[in-house]
Design a protein around this ligand. Structure first.
Ligand code: CTP
Length: 475
């Protein structure tokens, strides 16, 4: 592609003409910059976010654009950052004035000065994100690329426009962004930039957990997340973000017995599950399914390496981890906990798929039983093709059995067929221990297959249990 390529097609949407007109009215230059340009050149589909840089006031430009748009959309102004945002239909447009900028050592609060387009491009994170399209009439669509971002795009390279120590020190989150983009786009991080991440890794500690988690989520949502996590480990970022994962790394040998490297195993599981689900939380569950193995690891002379109760310990760690990472402590977290806690259940079951074991699995996993199976299938990482096939077939049997049992017994979203109220009425009881005992006995009898999950059978069973407890029905 020639260095002076023009991309008018990229700016075919009428909103670009409107921005150009507004900039013309204010007699300032404006450019499309960043992700929109990058993704257009990568043919990654239509971006919904557009970043505009104005040589002058971005806020004034936003206001003028709003004046020219039908319905004059509301302009949100972020004075501290000197930015403004408006929405035109589904498109979100962010405006910023071109800046020369340097950040303080210990905070993200920038000292800002007005600058030229090139000043602004210079202080962006990567050459591929510093590409800009002109919105000036005389060169509408011209690509402005002072740092050879187009070459880097074509060669699949992540590189900082300035000395990487400066770029990363300006905003240490960019170290994570470099890894996220490398994973998302399947690019390589150029050597000097990679070395700078390793050198500056510790600076990630000044970044808020929310911004870090945003990047982790994006890495998790890529087709091969292990690439990102591998880079996080290699650069030394991971211990600052996720020491619990790092603790899974390594293989120990005692008396000729080795255990597998649970870090790399975990990443394999995440890659596997990335092929079968786009559910972010199920991907989190894959990432954390063995997290309890580091603190529970023991060597037993008779049985070798054990990770006793690692699922339980792991599910407790999920809460602490979510809390530290300032992630939501809501039903998503509970879902991840449940998956971690139950992550070995279908494996234990696969050797003998009895109806009652399947009923208990459905009862405990409830609406998430398929998600649990998806996790367990992703957990098969054996390199032995015969074993692989065998485990897969076993899980297929479990899945079939789940369908069969559920069709017959309706255990999912289990509702006790006889209510506590009915038990109280039948035996003339006030709220008391006995009611719980009878309810529990009915549930157990259903799960064990002693009685069907039906009202009549459950009522009869209640009467028998009542008699055992020396209760008599009132007339
Ligand atoms: N940018 C930057 N440093 C950051 C964040 C953003 O230099 N820490 C610049 C980059 O030029 C980037 C642009 O701001 O392209 C817009 O940032 P953002 O919307 O966060 O990212 P995109 O590049 O649009 O990509 P994505 O939407 O995938 O995050």
């Amino acid at each position: 592609m020639p260095k002076t390529a023009t991309f008018e097609n990229a700016l075919a949407h009428p909103v670009f003409k409107t921005i150009a007109k507004a900039a013309h009215n204010l007699q300032l230059e404006s450019y499309v910059i960043g992700g929109y340009v990058r993704d257009y050149l990568l043919e990654r589909g239509d971006a919904k976010d557009i970043d505009i840089v104005a040589v002058g006031s971005g806020i004034e430009l936003a206001k003028e654009v709003s004046n020219l748009l039908p319905g004059k959309p509301k302009v949100s102004i972020f004075k501290n950052y000197g930015t403004a945002m408006l929405k035109s239909g589904p498109i979100e447009i962010e405006f910023v004035g071109a800046r020369k900028e340097s950040y303080n050592e210990n905070s993200r609060n920038p000292a800002v000065e007005d600058g030229s387009l090139e000043d602004d491009q210079k202080r962006r994170d990567f050459t591929i994100n510093a590409l800009a399209f002109s919105l000036q009439k005389e060169n509408f669509g011209l690509l402005l690329d002072p740092f050879n971002g187009l070459d880097d795009l074509n060669n699949k390279i992540i590189r900082t426009p300035l000395d990487p120590d400066i770029t990363f020190s300006d905003d240490p989150l960019r170290m994570l962004r470099a890894i996220r983009f490398a994973t998302q786009l399947d690019f390589l991080i150029e050597k000097a930039s990679l070395a700078a991440i390793t050198r500056n890794a510790e600076r990630i500690n000044i970044i808020s957990q929310e911004r870090i988690v945003d990047e982790i989520n994006k890495i998790l949502m890529t087709p091969v997340p292990s690439k990102g996590f591998g880079l996080l480990l290699k650069t030394g970022l991971l211990p600052h973000i996720f020491p619990e994962l790092v603790a899974l790394q390594g293989i120990e040998e005692k008396e000729g017995q080795r255990h597998k490297d649970n870090f790399w195993h975990t990443l394999e599981v995440v890659d596997n599950i990335a092929q079968t689900t786009d559910n972010l939380w199920l991907r989190w569950a894959a990432l954390l399914h063995d997290i309890g193995k580091a603190p529970t690891k023991r060597f037993d002379k008779k049985i070798g390496w054990t990770f006793h109760a690692h699922e339980f310990v792991g599910s407790k760690m999920v809460y602490k981890l979510f809390k530290r990472l300032k992630m939501p402590l809501n039903e998503k977290m509970k879902f991840v906990q449940k998956m971690v806690l139950m992550s070995s259940r279908p494996i234990a079951l696969a050797s003998e798929v009895t109806d009652s074991a399947v009923r208990r699995l459905i009862f405990d996993a409830g609406e998430y039983v398929e998600d649990l199976m998806t996790l367990c299938e992703a957990d098969i990482t054996t390199k032995n093709p015969n074993k692989f096939k065998k485990y897969q077939n076993n899980f297929k049997l479990v899945r079939d059995k789940i369908v069969e049992v559920e069709e017959r017994d309706h255990i999912r979203n289990f509702q006790p067929p006889v209510s506590g109220e009915e038990i109280m009425k039948t035996f003339g009881l006030d709220p008391s221990r006995e009611i719980g005992i009878i309810k529990d006995a009915i549930k157990e009898a259903i799960l064990e297959g002693e009685i069907p999950n039906e009202y009549e059978a459950a009522r009869k069973y209640m009467l028998t249990k009542g008699a055992e407890l020396k209760l008599t029905p009132v007339k």
